[in-house]
Write a protein that binds this ligand. Structure first.
Ligand SMILES: Nc1ncnc2c1ncn2[C@@H]1O[C@H](COP(=O)(O)OP(=O)(O)O)[C@@H](O)[C@H]1O
Ligand SMILES: [Mg+2]
Length: 394
């Protein structure tokens, strides 16, 4: 434990919960159990420091069953994770000796706080590590077609990064200068916008820029787009570039939403990006435009290794052949987001789907997109190559 790694026992019957938690806790020693008997066995055999019980047991009977872990280890710190806080379950858990009850989705910070861990949990190298004192990573979401899902991806990826690490180290720039809708999707009411940065560009410094950022309830920040399309002209490429440079010194992650073009401001943003998420919707015009955009980027010798191809609405009716799409774009698909009516519902509620419906399929998909940003890993959407088409186009 001295090196900051803990032995953690996860107890749940839901493999998805266990897999997500394992990914989050990677770097620690993580064991899993599906029921109290397995859990007791683990407690006897391994040097477990703490246990996390998942939402499958977040009801009174489940709590009573899980309390049997204390027969084996009376002083074991145990935390219960629920999908929605409920006073009866909370009372039952605390009465049975649980240390705390926390609401899904799990974040490292919530786990550390719940257990009162003195050492922070181990974090994956160069991933959810606090990037303090390092220069921030610029993540740009692009698609040369409106309605492809850029803004939806932006807010959900940013919020996932915020939930995994320190929310105050994550900022969004809404660089869709004419029709930016990041603030409305997050129910953030901006007092200032990027237009104020443009007007004060000569004296813009970090404290001034900080004062122009709006704050989301999670603690992450947003630099709003102009509130009217006519003001977009005031924001020159130079302003955008200077702003990105300053925010890189102030934040760990700068997530940028863009307009559906490949014009000068967007190209300048792309040049300054560490990761580019190219969102392609499952229709032919979207694929055609992505191809044209990639052709342009190839011409200007843009480093293609920065581009991660993300398919949106993969389970929608549109049948597109993935192999053909990959061949035509010259890129492999690295993540896929399912189509789900919870997405527009969440937008209308002003709370991104990863926060409002954290256990939905689409929220999981979006977290895998965010993971792509974090470790730059290529996540295969399925284990079997041949199964791809079938799984995505059910
Ligand atoms: N995976 C999805 N499932 C369901 N609806 C989606 C999905 N992705 C995007 N949408 C909806 O499509 C519309 C366009 O998405 P948006 O993110 O605003 O696109 P863009 O920013 O590229 O113009 C929004 O109403 C959004 O809620
Ligand atoms: Mg948009």
């Amino acid at each position: 434990m001295a090196d900051g790694t803990y032995s953690i026992l996860l107890v749940d019957t839901d493999d998805d919960f266990v897999d997500d938690a394992k990914a989050l806790l990677e770097g620690n020693k993580v064991y899993s159990a599906r029921n109290v008997t397995d859990a007791q066995r683990r407690l006897v055999e391994e040097g477990i420091d703490v246990a996390i019980v998942g939402p499958a047991f977040a009801h009174e009977a489940g709590v009573a069953e899980m309390a049997l872990m204390f027969d084996v280890r009376p002083s074991l710190p145990v935390v219960l994770v629920t999908d929605a806080l409920n006073t009866d379950v909370l009372k039952a858990a605390l009465r049975s000796g649980f240390k705390d009850v926390i609401e899904a989705p799990l974040t490292l910070r919530k786990v550390e706080e719940a257990f009162g861990l003195l050492d922070q949990l181990a974090r994956r190298e160069d991933s959810i590590v606090q990037r303090k004192n390092k220069i921030g990573k610029v993540v740009t979401i692009m698609s040369p077609k409106g309605g492809a899902g850029k803004t939806m991806t932006t807010v959900n990826v940013a919020l996932s990064l915020a939930q995994w690490g320190d929310p105050s180290r994550v900022t969004i720039i809404d660089a869709d200068l004419q029709f930016g809708d990041v603030c409305i999707s997050l129910q953030v009411d901006p007092k200032h916008t990027i237009v104020d940065a443009a007007r004060d560009i000569d004296k813009l410094d970090e404290p001034l820029l900080e004062s122009l950022l709006a704050r989301h309830t999670s603690g992450m920040r947003v630099l709003s787009a102009p509130l009217e399309p006519s003001l977009a002209d005031e924001v020159s490429t130079q302003v955008v570039v200077k702003t990105i440079g300053m925010l890189k010194r102030m934040f760990d992650y700068i997530v940028i939403d863009t307009a559906p073009f490949l014009d000068e401001p967007v190209l300048s943003i792309l040049e300054r990006s560490d990761v580019v998420l190219l969102v392609v919707d499952m229709d032919l015009p979207s694929v055609k435009n992505a191809k044209l955009a990639l052709d342009t980027l190839r011409l200007i010798k843009f480093p293609f290794e920065k581009i991660k191809l993300v398919l949106n609405r993969v389970n929608s009716k549109a049948r597109l052949d993935i192999d053909e799409l990959e061949r035509s774009l010259g890129l492999d698909v690295q993540a896929a987001i399912s189509s789900d009516k919870l997405v527009p519902r969440a937008v209308n509620e002003g709370d991104p789907v990863v926060s409002l419906y954290p256990r939905s399929r689409v929220a999981r998909d979006l977290r895998s997109v965010a993971r792509l940003v974090v470790d730059g890993e290529i996540e295969e959407p399925t284990t079997e190559e041949d199964d791809r088409g079938r799984r995505w186009f059910r």
